[in-house]
Design a protein around this ligand. Structure first.
Ligand SMILES: [Zn+2]
Ligand SMILES: [Zn+2]
Length: 217
């Protein structure tokens, strides 16, 4: 009692919302102290995402997009407009973005998309309050696919590159490439074993568990 208190460590929190017809994981990542949050892959159901932000009293600072397939982007415009925050996308996925993430070909209508203001660059750092989100370039599922890595927390938001229980993303969609995707999976599996992986669909896993499943030691 009355002792010197250590500086408070950054408190980070994740909320997962499964949205839309393909049950895409939209993740809210927040710096709890400042109340600033990023929304990763708001694929649908804008109101639910906004409701969750409001419930937590978080302010949206960024809309971060792993890749421009429709099931990861459909709520981007409404969400960013409402919060007055930028949308960040790797420029190699802009052609997909302007094709509505191939929604039209699948007979699905999504709301109009604005111009993404922030072109993501490999290895850049996005600040969200005191959180530092690193951009890992992980192409192959799409040309401009990225992962969002919080080194301090040991968290990776991996989009559609790698999934729990040995799953790997598709490489047969527009701009996909199987060998490039394999290299991106390899990049992920070289992160520390304790890294928690939060994929674009399904439950979370760890780098260690996925390495073991693939018999990579
Ligand atoms: Zn995808
Ligand atoms: Zn997806």
């Amino acid at each position: 009692m009355g002792g010197k208190s250590a500086p408070e460590p950054t408190r980070a929190e994740i909320v997962r919302l499964s949205v839309g017809p393909l049950e895409t994981n939209c993740y809210l990542v927040a710096d709890v102290l400042s109340g600033k949050a990023a929304a990763i892959d708001p694929g649908d159901e804008t109101w639910r995402i906004q409701h969750s932000l409001a419930m937590h009293e978080w302010t949206l600072a960024w809309v971060l997009v792993t890749h421009a397939h429709f099931d990861h982007i459909a709520a981007c415009g409404q969400l960013a407009d409402g919060a007055g925050c930028p949308i960040a996308l790797h420029p190699a996925d802009l052609p997909l973005w302007w094709m509505h993430g191939v929604a039209d070909q699948m007979g699905i209508k999504i709301p109009e998309l604005p111009v993404p203001q922030h072109p993501l660059v490999a290895d850049e750092t996005i600040p969200v309050g005191d959180l530092r989100i690193e951009v890992l370039y992980l192409p192959g599922h799409s040309p401009g696919h990225v992962g969002f890595y919080l080194k301090q927390q040991g968290w990776l938001f991996s989009g559609d590159v790698i999934f729990a229980d040995g799953g790997v993303g598709r490489s047969d969609l527009m701009g996909g490439d199987e060998s490039i995707l394999a290299a991106s999976v390899d990049t992920v599996l070289h992160l520390p074993d304790t890294t928690e992986i939060f994929p674009g669909h399904g439950g979370k896993t760890t780098v260690g568990a996925e390495r073991k499943l693939r018999m990579i030691y």
